[in-house]
Write a protein that binds this ligand. Structure first.
Ligand SMILES: O=C(O)CCC(=O)C(=O)O
Ligand SMILES: [Fe+2]
Length: 318
């Protein structure tokens, strides 16, 4: 199977306040890599991103402990039936063989359910949420100001009070060869995702018709994935790429996905900078993010037999 070198963006130059020529050049290089990666692939790695490796390792370790508990213990934090999102522990319906589970941490939704065991898990999730939030805001600001040249804070205004952002801790138990689709192919419905997988690997992207495995990085890189909303805003300049999880045989797998979402009430459509201002026709009709999310959630609650039946962003194509 082919392998690609994933573009890597060094964020240290954006986290430092210094303004020398060298820093400015380094930032320009990083912006070039990020812009090209968003248009060509729809994903890239970030390094020197400010998220503590020690903390990530600890969070991974604690989440492994949680997922290895008997079902009875895990079900103590099952989602509240009235909750708009399945915050808490659930089985994912995005795998045909039903061999994927997740813990959704959605601190601002008002229906969050925290696991009580292991006791440090709650605090670790909160800390990770806060570090991933800062990182996603920095990346969104670079994309907004430097890569796309949009008015400052334009994307941020869509995110509003960040209350729609969430952290998923995913668990794919050990499988036999016959049951290896951990998560069906999909594109992320959000603005951006930050992804960390453990050393089991299994994440794959569809590039030029071929599934390319993403080998778990060794130096603390975090994968950034362009979601459907950024694709719509840019009228397809940026790509939200199909990806899936193939669970490794004979061992379990854990991952984290931080979802940087726009606010549910916002109207989404291609921005004028990528349509009227450059004499291009919009490729999508307008919709609210909450409507799209609920259609996507209905895919998950009632999984389609084939990926082609599932609602995707193509639903809004003109
Ligand atoms: O588990 C992973 O590595 C990625 C999962 C994923 O693609 C998602 O939650 O959207
Ligand atoms: Fe995904």
């Amino acid at each position: 199977m082919a392998n690609i070198e994933i573009p890597t963006v060094d964020l240290s130059h954006f986290l430092s306040n210094s303004q020398g020529d060298e820093i400015i050049d380094a930032r320009k290089r990083a912006i070039g890599i990020m812009s090209k990666a968003c248009s060509d692939y729809g994903f890239f790695y970030v390094i020197n991103h400010g998220v503590s490796q020690k903390h990530l390792n600890r969070a991974l370790q604690l989440s492994k402990i949680f997922f290895e508990y008997p079902q009875e213990e895990k079900l103590k934090c099952k989602p509240k039936p009235e909750a708009p999102f399945p915050a808490g522990y659930s089985q994912a319906k995005t795998s045909v063989e039903n061999n994927a589970y997740f813990l959704m941490f959605h601190p601002r939704c008002g229906f969050n359910v925290f696991p009580t065991n292991p006791p440090e898990l709650k605090e670790t999730q909160e800390e990770m949420f806060s570090q991933f939030s800062k990182l996603s805001e920095l990346i969104a600001e670079i994309i907004n100001d430097d890569c796309l040249g949009l008015p400052h804070n334009l994307l941020k205004e869509y995110i509003d009070d960040s209350s729609w952002n969430l952290l998923l801790t995913n668990y794919y138990p050990s499988v036999s060869d016959a049951q290896n689709v951990g998560m069906l192919q999909h594109k992320d419905c959000n603005c951006l995702s930050l992804v960390v997988q453990d050393d089991a690997g299994g994440l794959e992207y569809l590039i030029n018709g071929e599934w390319i495995p993403i080998i778990p990085p060794k130096s603390g890189e975090i994968l950034v994935n362009v979601g459907d909303i950024l694709q719509v805003f840019t009228n397809d300049k940026y790509k939200s790429t199909l990806h899936r999880v193939v669970s490794p045989e004979g061992r379990s797998r854990n991952s984290f996905v931080y979802s940087y979402n726009v606010h549910g009430d916002k109207w989404i459509e291609p921005l004028p900078q990528f349509t009227t201002e450059i004499q291009e026709l919009p490729k999508y009709r307008r919709f609210t993010y909450k409507e799209y999310l609920s259609l996507r959630l209905s895919n998950k609650q009632n999984p389609s037999q084939t990926p082609e039946d599932a609602v995707t962003i193509a639903y809004y194509e003109i």
